[in-house]
Write a protein of this length. Structure first.
Length: 273
């Protein structure tokens, strides 16, 4: 990241178009560094300042899209929305459909995190409308499918959510993105559990395709599926304690966990009555 900042003064006499490409390449490499989001925000601001001075509007808008996503990851949702509101207006004027898809997808993520489902869904609908008219790279398509699955889950349409998560899983698996495919696989299991199809969830866990994606997250889903299948409240509560990090640090699963617990409690009360 420091290297990217150093590039600007070193190549002061370099052709601006080539310098912009170098900065973009270095920045894309820097974005792959995990756990350095705040430093990346500082880097974005540094590059945006240079873009404004050199009138490099396309690169500026590209970096602003990344800045909005970084603010989303840092849970600075207001900052992300402020950037996106201005950016969306500019992109629509310039008719940059590719970048508009990416920025509105970030907007959908932010509103989803804020639990504003109507705005999250509206932004995603806009993304899909534009995406139908242009070529979307597989990585971006997988992100769109994942966001579609999350919104379907929030609408308690778990069958549709499963279909989207399956598409996400297949997309990442085809790109050898093991970690992201594993995350999608977790949500496939989650969707089956929430639709009261725990046996299907357990069958997926025991299938050959799951061997590559075994983790504590999958173990957590397995224990929840077993508790749900047996309608065992005690086992369910034990899952919440043993796998607290896997179940409650994920805001989506955390939202639905209470709903599943209430369903189990209701079923147990019906048995008693």
């Amino acid at each position: 990241m420091q290297l990217t900042k150093t590039i600007l003064p070193l190549y002061v006499d370099f052709p601006k178009s080539k310098l912009a490409k170098i900065i973009r390449t270095l920045f894309d490499l820097a974005m792959k560094v995990e756990g350095r989001n705040q430093e990346l925000v500082d880097l974005c601001l540094h590059i945006i300042k240079w873009c404004e001075a050199e009138n490099r509007s396309f690169l500026r808008m590209r970096i602003e899209t990344n800045l909005a996503e970084l603010n989303f990851k840092l849970q600075k949702y207001t900052d992300a929305i402020d950037i996106l509101n201005k950016l969306t207006y500019e992109l629509k004027k310039k008719e940059d459909k590719q970048l508009l898809v990416e920025s509105q997808l970030v907007e959908s993520k932010v509103y989803h995190a804020l639990e504003n489902l109507p705005k999250a869904k509206a932004a995603l609908t806009a993304v899909k409308t534009i995406a139908n008219s242009i070529y979307i790279v597989p990585q971006l398509q997988a992100e769109i499918d994942q966001m579609s699955g999350l919104i379907a889950a929030d609408e308690k349409d778990y069958q549709t959510a499963y279909s989207y998560f399956y598409e996400t899983f297949e997309g990442y698996r085809s790109m050898n993105e093991t970690e992201k495919a594993g995350y999608a696989f977790k949500f496939m299991l989650f969707s089956k559990i929430m639709s009261r199809q725990s046996e299907d969830s357990l069958a997926l866990i025991n299938s050959a395709v799951s061997l590559k994606y075994q983790s504590r997250h999958v173990e957590a889903m397995k224990e929840v599926a077993l508790a749900n299948k047996q309608q065992n409240l005690l086992a369910f509560q034990k899952c919440a304690t043993v796998y607290e990090r896997e179940l409650f640090q994920d805001m989506v699963i955390s939202r639905h966990f209470g709903f599943l617990y209430n369903n189990l409690l209701e079923d147990n009360l019906k048995k008693i009555i």
